[in-house]
Design a protein around this ligand. Structure first.
Ligand code: AMP
Length: 457
């Protein structure tokens, strides 16, 4: 399907897509939308960034329009489960944007914020509820919500749900929704445990898949920098000062490690913010907003906190620590090269992380080129006064002299695989940068702001 017209979506939805300037369905949308419109259960293997939110949101909105009725009190017709609060908020934004011409009734139920407002929002019932599993169960147990009227159940990022220990919550929730329903199940990877869960939840599902995990990395320029443990911090600041960074996410394995990296970078005159599970919801949102708006160009994150963050224009992913679960590497580097852009992923690897590197290379079926020589603690990198993270390039490990400064856009254009400068290498375009410099989510959602969905604690 090369245009949205062929899906037969209702006019208000088609109009919203025109507002969004979506012209061509992404591959996951082309595969999923006709099947979901036909009422099929779906198991989809797709990462965030492939357009999967619209792939499930558009057929759901279409179904709501076709069968519109007032929801019963304290019930919802569509339940979308998300592993993280951030992703849940983004899904709500997407539903609101695509449903803007049909006054869709969509509510967010996430932890980390007081429950009263969510309880009140549910009193008269809602059409679409997007929730994280723990808070959803709290609402059910508190008699604020019944799940017996759910027609469509969406499970987003199922593999991450499993990683985050939500499997029991998911099973409890599934037991409470009617057996007669449509289920749309999405996961970036399909390990056995996820395949089993899908097998239990879905009825004769159609399988759709885009960018299998092993090939996701193709558009991303990957590099390994071998480094001694003691030289990691100085190597990180060298990379951040020398690379042409628009926005970078730096991954650490632990929350404590994330905070430590922020402090160490501050000593090297590099401003960064951390986002992880020990931060309050308000802190996480403020850090994310600064990052989105370009006030902070470097975000330090743990895997779980970063999961589902939908920010376009991330030029670099840096793995300060290599993940011990190889699939996490693919999730991490997938934060860049979103919506058709290219990206750079640089991973520091200490000698004791070498086994992790081997597992990653096995999974992605390629050897990641190493740059630079083995770095040891001495000589220490000396911060260059006044040079910020995105300032003039100092010295890119192993790449010095390859390209003169100021050539970034040209280089990025040249790396598009279709060979036509300025064109995207995949079928869909990201939402354009708006006046505030924000990228990413559908325009309508951004312009309305998020304060209604995320009350500050
Ligand atoms: P998702 O994978 O759902 O997080 O979507 C990734 C990004 O792609 C979001 O910023 C969407 O607004 C954008 N997007 C989704 N579908 C399309 C499309 N068909 N054309 C252009 N942009 C799209």
């Amino acid at each position: 399907m090369t245009s949205f017209d062929g899906f037969g979506l209702a006019e208000p939805i088609a109009r919203a897509l025109r507002d969004e300037k979506y012209v061509t369905p992404t591959p996951i949308q082309a595969q999923t939308i006709p099947l979901a419109l036909g009422g099929r259960d779906i198991v989809g293997i797709a990462q965030t960034g492939t357009g999967k939110t619209a792939a499930f949101a558009l057929p759901i909105l279409n179904q709501i329009l076709k069968t519109r009725r007032a929801p019963e009190k304290k019930t919802c017709r569509v339940l979308v489960l998300s592993p993280t609060r951030e992703l849940a908020g983004q899904i709500v934004d997407s539903f609101k944007a695509y449903g803007r011409h049909m006054k869709v009734n969509v509510t967010l139920a996430i932890g980390g914020v007081p429950m009263g407002r969510q309880v009140r929002a549910l009193i008269d019932g809602v059409e679409i509820l997007v929730a994280t599993p723990g808070r959803l169960l709290d609402l059910v147990r508190g008699n604020a919500l019944r799940l017996n009227k759910v027609d469509v159940l969406v499970l987003d990022e199922a593999d991450r749900m499993l990683d985050m220990g939500f499997i029991h919550d998911i099973r409890q929730i599934v037991a409470k929704v009617p057996a007669e329903r449509q289920t749309l199940f999405f996961s970036a990877t399909m390990p056995q445990a996820i395949a089993q869960l899908a097998g239990q939840m879905l009825r004769n599902p159609a399988e759709v898949a885009v960018t299998p995990v092993a090939t996701t990395a193709e558009r991303i320029e990957q590099r390994i920098v071998h480094v001694d443990h003691a030289a990691k911090v100085s190597m990180l600041s060298t990379i951040l000062k020398s690379e042409p960074i628009d926005r970078a996410i730096v991954f650490t394995r632990t929350k404590h490690g994330a905070d430590k990296v922020v402090r160490n970078l501050a000593r090297a005159n590099i401003t960064a913010e951390a986002i992880h599970g020990n931060k309050s919801q308000g802190q996480r949102e403020r850090a994310l907003a600064s990052f989105r708006q370009g006030r902070v160009r470097i975000l330090i994150a743990t895997d779980i906190a970063a999961r589902g963050i939908d920010v376009d224009g991330i030029s670099h992913v840096v793995n300060y620590d290599l993940p011990n679960v190889p699939e996490s590497y693919v999730h991490r580097i997938g934060r860049t090269a979103r919506a058709g852009a290219d990206g750079i992923a640089i991973s520091l690897c200490t000698p004791d992380e070498a086994p992790y590197l081997r597992s990653i290379e096995k999974l992605i079926r390629m050897k990641i080129p190493a740059t630079g020589e083995q770095r040891t603690a001495a000589p220490q990198h000396k911060p260059r006064n006044g040079v910020r993270a995105a300032g003039p390039r100092a010295h890119a490990p192993g790449r010095e002299g390859e390209r003169p400064s100021g050539e970034r856009s040209g280089r990025r254009r040249r790396r598009n695989r279709n060979g036509s400068p300025g064109q995207k290498s995949v079928e869909h375009r990201p939402a354009a940068k708006d006046a505030a410099g924000q990228h990413g989510r559908p325009r309508g959602a951004q312009s309305r702001g998020r304060s209604d969905q995320h009350p500050r604690p």
